[in-house]
Design a protein around this ligand. Structure first.
Ligand code: AMP
Length: 219
């Protein structure tokens, strides 16, 4: 099973991707998490990529593709945060073709922009286990401490109001056209992302099973 999950930052892609990955037993690949890990080293390239991320700009397609190629080899996955541009979507098809597989379904989560801004600017992330919290909607039991692993919660440098506006602008200009790309191939499942997260997961799993069967294999 090879899935893509689309939606603006803050739409709940990460949360839904994790839940769906554990339901079907597939790998959750987050391009953002991958980039944050890969740019920890103190090299000129890492610093340059980190600057782009911190500003909310996209990492160039060429660099993204060189990194994603090896990650995608082999098994079943749900891709969260990739593709983000039309060129990446085309290249993903090409990579899958070379690996003898194809994307089975693209999930799209829609959340209005003002809700996205509210969600992201209040978001706190555990750097150790990647769990997400929100200062109002989903606060940790203890201030600044992760409920799951005790890590010290942080605000991502790109989760400020001005950066979020830039990320949304880029999302509208560069990522939204991909939705149509998957719609035209009859691979798209769309759902609203406002409401109870477990209900949204249940809805997505039901829609996926209707299209792909209980094990995630095409009917
Ligand atoms: P995310 O964790 O998905 O919100 O991604 C954080 C940041 O990583 C984005 O704002 C981009 O700067 C960068 N990034 C993640 N995925 C991609 C991608 N597919 N193409 C370009 N940049 C990306």
């Amino acid at each position: 099973m090879r899935l893509i999950i689309l939606g603006a930052s803050g739409a709940g892609k990460g949360t839904q991707a994790q839940a769906i990955a554990s339901h079907f037993g597939v790998r959750h690949i987050s391009s953002g998490d991958f980039l944050r890990e890969e740019t920890k080293a103190d090299t000129a390239l890492c610093r340059a990529v980190k600057r782009l991320i911190d500003r909310g700009d996209l990492v160039p397609d060429e660099l993204m593709l060189s990194m994603m190629h090896e990650i995608l080899e082999g098994d079943n996955f749900i891709l969260d945060g990739f593709p983000r541009t039309f060129a990446q979507a085309l290249a993903l098809d090409e990579i899958c073709g070379k690996l003898g597989c194809q994307i089975d379904m693209a999930l799209n989560i829609h959340v209005p922009d003002d809700e996205v801004i509210q969600r992201i600017t209040g978001r706190k992330v555990c750097p150790d286990c990647k769990a997400m919290f929100h200062i109002i909607f989903y606060p940790p039991k203890q201030n600044f401490i992760c409920d799951h692993c005790g890590g010290r919660l942080e605000q991502r440098p790109d989760d400020t109001a001005s950066t979020v506006r830039n990320r949304l602008k880029i999302y509208h200009e560069r990522t939204l056209p991909i939705i149509d790309f998957y719609q035209r191939q009859n691979l798209l499942i769309s759902t609203g992302g406002v409401g109870d997260a477990d209900e949204i997961t249940g809805n997505l799993i039901r829609l996926l099973e209707e299209r792909l069967g209980k094990n995630g294999h095409c009917n």
